[in-house]
Design a protein around this ligand. Structure first.
Ligand code: GLP
Length: 241
């Protein structure tokens, strides 16, 4: 089942997403969250941090697994996803740092991918997986035509993604060419999925997804196989203007 909510703007998407995450934590205080990076979820993280500061939300028993990380990259690199998560969420809420997991951006990739899958399973699986969406429909770093049943693995980024993500680096040459990502199979194992799409540049990806047919040129369309997906889009992503 896929529920689509079209909201006015980025702020409305952030507020609604934060409300869904907060409801998950209230319902199961020791829940396991799957989390995304990117510009889209920043407002949601701000809202969650505010709720926590106001004493309305308790992250002390929550466990998190991030979707992806560049490879190679050091965790202290300002463009690493570990750095992003510490900055936007983990240091602003009362989550014990050892409950937070981001795929490793260095060292033996295959071993780390296996360990990541084992850690997710040992935590009892992901209760709520939050996703952004790339302009080409990627989720995590699962690029077009990646295997629909893949587990956490290393990927080669497409030129489209390198160009889109180069806005955060000094130059496109500085963007790592590889990444480690949960696979589409890992993502589909989550009990609930919440996808956020904001901005007109997501129009094509959103409409390929809403076309209702699994098409691996748009990796997000595998979500059609999942039974509990909510999509929050702003008007710009839905209307393309
Ligand atoms: C990156 C991340 C994705 C994210 C996408 C969109 O490539 N790996 O997980 O969803 O970018 O990011 P943004 O929200 O900045 O548009």
């Amino acid at each position: 089942m896929m529920e689509v909510q079209i909201l006015q703007d980025r702020a409305a998407v952030a507020a609604q997403a934060a409300q869904i995450v907060a409801a998950q934590i209230a319902q199961k205080p020791d829940c396991v969250l799957g989390l995304p990076t990117g510009e889209t979820p920043i407002g949601m993280y701000d809202d969650l941090a505010e709720q926590c500061a106001a004493g309305k939300l308790d992250f002390s028993r929550v466990t998190t697994f991030n979707l992806d990380e560049y490879y190679p990259i050091a965790p202290e690199h300002p463009q690493s996803y570990r750095y992003f998560m510490n900055k936007h969420l983990f240091t602003r809420v009362n989550i014990p740092m050892e409950h937070t997991h981001v795929p490793g951006g260095q060292g033996d990739v295959d071993e780390q991918c296996r360990a990541y899958e084992q850690a997710i399973a040992a935590a009892g699986g992901i209760d709520l997986q939050v996703l952004g969406i790339g302009r080409n429909g990627h989720i995590g770093f699962n690029e077009p035509n990646d295997a629909p049943d893949a587990r956490t693995h290393r990927v080669t980024l497409t030129e489209n993604t390198i160009e889109a993500n180069s806005r955060f680096f000094d130059s496109p040459d500085d963007v790592p060419r590889h990444a480690v990502t949960m696979g589409l199979g890992t993502i589909l194992d989550a009990r609930k999925i919440l996808l956020l799409a904001t901005g007109a540049e997501k129009f094509d990806a959103v409409h390929k997804l809403l076309a209702g047919k699994v098409d691996l040129s748009c990796p997000a369309s595998v979500l059609l196989r999942h039974e509990n997906v909510t999509i929050l889009c702003d008007r710009a992503a839905f209307e393309g203007v």
